[in-house]
Ligand binder design. Structure first.
Ligand SMILES: Cc1cc2nc3c(=O)[nH]c(=O)nc-3n(C[C@H](O)[C@H](O)[C@H](O)COP(=O)(O)OP(=O)(O)OC[C@H]3O[C@@H](n4cnc5c(N)ncnc54)[C@H](O)[C@@H]3O)c2cc1C
Length: 804
């Protein structure tokens, strides 16, 4: 065993072996993997081996497509068999809501190059004759669905990695991981200590324990999972071709052929978290006791859906554990707060996702960033607020919802009120309907007396529509108040602050007392954040960005820090409100003796002002596109500030508004939003972020060369605004846009502008179309809706409200 290495991967399941292979594939050969027992000794050996592309997150779906296509390459490279069965598969829809979900998925797949198809019940019957189609209204067919041999595949990854120079040491448990002062690691194993520049935790079932060796809590939990294999069945072995997969979400089951019989697995409601106090170190190639009572209802349902099962005796029952993160997606990437420590765990579908996880992580480690936006699986998407008591119930919820319809407006019920601001009870009394963002309760809208205090999950316009309209018009006609706690906020101090910001941000850094908007770019020019920068003094700046990006942004700041600068995350320490609308200035003036007239307090100014005796930072800026102010105070003064503002606002009939109204208001001005128009998938010029990029500033900001190259070559696509001829469903994101019978682009987000009373979509179209007359259609839930390009914003064209 070698004693020094560039990377030590801990864990030889399918994920660890894929990471190892991808590191060698991308050029790092001085890498090794250390496995406690034999390869596949965790969840991997007893997996059912199914793979599919379906995933609610578009980039995850694309990475699943990559994983599936990789197996052939692996077989050719190694000469080993992965035991591939590319049989295709169909997911059944037995309710209109599930059909909506499939139509939405199918639409997304059109520009992802995935050839899924919507199929009728009769077609399903032909594809899978053992399926009883009673109650089925349609389905989604995916030709890429299939299954493989889990052990063969893992060993193929391992062989491919060895061929690329990697070393694999088995029967060698890692006992400790100790970081040296220079950021490298001593990996203490049974066979000696390895000095590694980087560690990858691919400990699967033991990822929690491996993480704890470095003082890291990784939010994942193992769940028990059961599948059955039947005896030989004539309906299977008398066929000329293999049975396709059938996913029956209504029955919470997935089914496929296994040899001459059938394999069927269940995501049952009565499910069990496993190893609550930690995975035993001596758990090995063993299975858990069968718990058939837990799946009896699902089995009964399956007997009706697949009558052949009634005649086929059960040969084997498998009950094994595997791990989930709270939202079911993997935990991948650099662990916030630690240098050179990478996570590749929480992978619940190792055979659909393992390849994509390995590729993305290897790109991240070797090239500094992954090729596509991997936010959905970034280990940094959870913050330091997360604990096992949050993770476990969310994992149970996720397991139970594995086959549930996921709606775009859905707020899940488990582990709520985890974090609240001091305003929580006050808002609740006013009818607030909350959602959760990054563990924080955030008001979505305010229900009036007699209205339901719960937003119905739907793909169409929801029961929040009227309330949202009221809140939007309150802002546009007079003034509204909204909490600004759902911004991530950072205090940057020190003599080197300006120079650091100039390097880290692509835009202009403002003068004292002023505010600027700027993208933060990666070395390849990808958008890592859309920031508001406020200069409070030459040695103190305030940054605001998306609340959910806190851990990711802090991780990036720490990775790129400079001497003479300190950065503090004050997201929940400094909170407050925004007031917006034509009467916002009157409300502000009524709270202070300070001069807040236009001449004294201009658009993009920031001032320290006492409001009702409370020291506040007031910024003249508003995401509503209206006259507006963001007001920040210490968290313990938020309620007092609210009382001051609401007293002053009473005269102007000031109304509270929530995030649904905010997201409608921003449409009127064409303002992009994080994770929709702005994400690491996009570059500045194609999104319109070039307006805020200072290509000519002297500082050599990160991403400068790439941003200049994009600008000079001219972007290949442009983000444009469309009015959509929609009926009861607005664009949510990733719907394809069609021109002349071809998909030419996709939507980034959209919604209903209550002010303009129009359905709006933001979409990328090829640059050569931008200056032409074209007639476009956007596919929403399978319906082609006419889309008309808008050349101007819908509200306040002259910016007279925002800037007056
Ligand atoms: C019943 C069942 C059915 C499933 N069906 C499917 C399916 O159809 N399709 C699908 O995609 N997925 C399926 N899965 C899930 C799949 O098994 C997992 O996603 C996958 O195996 C995760 O692989 P991994 O490498 O992350 O973890 P693991 O397989 O758990 O590997 C972790 C490895 O780390 C090693 N290790 C741990 N601690 C140490 C240490 N201290 N030192 C050295 N080594 C260590 C372990 O020995 C182990 O080999 C199923 C799972 C179960 C239980």
């Amino acid at each position: 065993m070698k004693k020094t290495t560039r990377v030590c991967v801990i864990g030889g399941g399918v994920v660890g072996c894929s990471v190892l292979y991808h590191l060698t594939k991308l050029g790092w050969s001085d890498v090794m993997l250390v496995e406690r027992s034999e390869l596949t000794s965790g969840s991997t050996w007893h997996a059912a081996g199914g793979f599919h592309t379906l995933n609610g997150d578009t980039n995850m779906a694309a990475l699943q497509g990559y994983t599936i296509r990789l197996y052939k390459e692996l077989e050719e490279l190694t000469g080993m068999s992965c035991g591939l069965h590319h049989v295709g598969g169909v997911t059944l829809a037995d309710t209109p809501e599930r059909m909506d979900m499939m139509l939405a998925e199918r639409a997304k797949h059109r520009f992802m190059g995935l050839d899924t198809e919507i199929v009728t019940p009769d077609e399903i019957q032909k594809i899978s004759p053992i399926t009883n189609i009673e109650g089925v209204i349609g389905g989604l067919y995916d030709p890429l669905d299939g299954h493989l041999d889990p052990s063969g595949t893992t060993h193929a990854y391992a062989k491919a990695a060895r061929m690329g120079g990697a070393e694999i040491v088995i029967h060698n448990p890692v006992k400790e991981t100790n970081q040296r002062a220079d950021g490298t690691w001593d990996v203490v194993t049974e066979k000696g200590t390895i000095h590694a520049e980087h560690i990858v935790n691919a400990g699967g079932l033991w990822a929690r324990e491996v993480g704890a060796m470095a003082g890291v809590y990784l939010p994942l939990h193992p769940m028990e999972h059961q599948y059955l294999v039947t005896e030989e069945t004539p309906e299977v072995y008398e066929r000329d071709s293999e049975l396709p997969h059938v996913m029956d979400p209504g029955g919470e089951s997935y089914l496929r052929q296994e040899g001459r019989g059938i394999c069927i697995g269940f995501y049952e409601q009565r499910c069990d978290p496993w190893a609550v106090d930690g995975t035993p170190q001596d758990f090995g190639h063993e299975l858990l006791e069968n718990k058939l009572d837990r799946i009896s209802e699902s089995v009964e349902f399956a007997f009706n859906r697949f009558p052949v099962l009634q005649r086929a005796g059960i040969k084997t029952i498998i009950n094994g554990p595997f791990t989930f993160a709270p939202d079911g997606n993997p935990l991948v990437g650099p662990v916030p707060g630690l240098r050179n420590y990478w996570s590749a765990c929480g992978v619940m579908a190792g055979f659909s996702q393992g390849g994509g996880v390995g590729l993305s992580l290897a790109q991240w480690m070797i090239e500094g960033e992954a090729e596509r936006d991997v936010h959905a699986m970034d280990v940094g998407r959870f913050g330091d607020w997360i604990t096992p008591d949050y993770t476990r119930p969310k994992v149970v919820e996720n397991y139970q919802r594995r086959f549930s319809v996921s709606y775009p407006n859905e707020e899940l019920p488990v582990a709520r009120e985890w974090n609240t601001t001091p305003m929580y009870d006050i808002w609740k009394e006013q009818g607030a309907v909350f959602g959760a963002q990054f563990g924080m309760e955030v008001v979505n809208y305010f229900a009036a007396d007699g209205e339901a205090d719960y937003e119905t999950p739907t793909f169409r316009r929801s029961n929040a529509f009227e309330a949202t309209a009221r809140e939007v018009m309150a802002v546009r006609n007079s003034v509204g108040i909204n909490e600004v706690h759902n911004f991530g906020k950072y205090r940057v101090t020190g003599a080197g602050s300006r120079a650091w910001l100039d390097r880290i941000m692509a835009g202009r850094i403002p003068k004292v007392g002023r505010i600027s908007l700027t993208p933060m770019l990666s070395a390849r020019g990808k958008i890592l954040g859309d920031f508001t920068v406020t200069c409070l003094s030459e040695e103190e700046f305030l940054l605001t960005a998306s609340f959910g990006m806190q851990a990711i942004h802090m991780r990036y700041f720490e990775q790129n820090t400079d001497n003479g600068v300190s950065i503090e995350n004050i997201s929940t320490k400094r909170i407050g409100f925004q007031i917006a609308g034509p009467k916002a200035r009157d409300v502000l003036a009524a709270c202070t003796n300070a001069d807040v007239s236009h001449d004294a307090f201009k658009f993009m100014d920031a001032k320290h002002i006492d409001l009702g005796g409370i020291p506040a930072l007031v910024q003249r800026v508003s995401y509503t596109g209206d006259l507006g102010y963001e007001i920040y105070v210490d968290a313990n003064q938020q309620v007092a500030l609210y009382e001051t503002l609401s007293k002053a606002g009473a005269e102007f009939n000031m109304k509270p508004f929530g995030m649904r109204a905010m997201m409608s208001l921003r449409l009127d001005k064409g303002f992009g939003s994080w994770n929709a128009e702005f994400s690491p998938d996009y570059l500045p010029a194609e999104t319109g972020m070039d307006r805020f990029t200072s290509y000519d500033k002297p500082a050599d900001f990160i991403g400068k060369a790439a941003a200049i190259a994009e600008r000079d070559a001219g972007p290949t696509r442009h983000l444009c605004t469309f009015e959509v001829d929609a009926d009861d469903t607005d664009v949510g994101g990733y719907e394809p846009i069609w021109v002349d019978g071809k998909v030419v682009g996709f939507c980034t987000s959209g919604g209903y502008s209550h002010y303009a009373q129009k359905s709006i979509a933001f979409a990328f179209i090829p640059s050569d179309l931008v200056d032409t007359d074209f007639s476009a259609k956007i596919e929403i839930l399978g319906k082609m809706c006419k889309a008309t390009r808008l050349d101007t914003v819908l509200f306040d064209l002259e910016n007279s409200r925002m800037r007056s």
